[in-house]
Design a protein around this ligand. Sequence first.
Ligand code: THU
Length: 160
Amino acid sequence: MGKQLISFEFEVLDGQNLLEEDDFTLMNHAKGALEQAYAPYSKFKVGAALVDSEGNIFKGANMENAAYPMCICAEGALLTAFNTSGSEATVLTVAITAHADSHVLNHPVAPCGACRQMLSELEIKQNHPIRLILMGEQGKVYIIDRIKDVLPIQFTSSEL
Ligand code: THU
């Protein structure tokens, strides 16, 4: 019996312009991906970009459907693109940003639980942490060292 505390530290920056050059560039790729989102129903566009250990950049955006549950998240699209490329490189960093038609996103937007699970699968598979950079349209930027930090009690293949 007893209680357990899980906590983690992450970096908070006041804006995108305070990111290191490579991270700044990656976030711009995520912003570019967002422009390709197909989100006529939620009018909430998400863009995601990753850089791997060979310097390759991949992008993903959400893609919705009139049958709502079929919506594909930006992160899923991103990981599918990376996987389909056949790259054996290690994914180092994923940047995520979003745009809502209805209001200005003035804080970082976090990946949904399902996307954390997908990112976690890759982090475990490659046995190397994946950094996460989260940003809205303006305001603070979060830099998180590894996916496990945002999905601390995980369901993994070791259960199967
Ligand atoms: N969405 C993402 O692309 N990623 C997430 O992590 C959360 C939500 C998308 C799905 C849907 O197209 C829209 O955002 C609103 O939920």
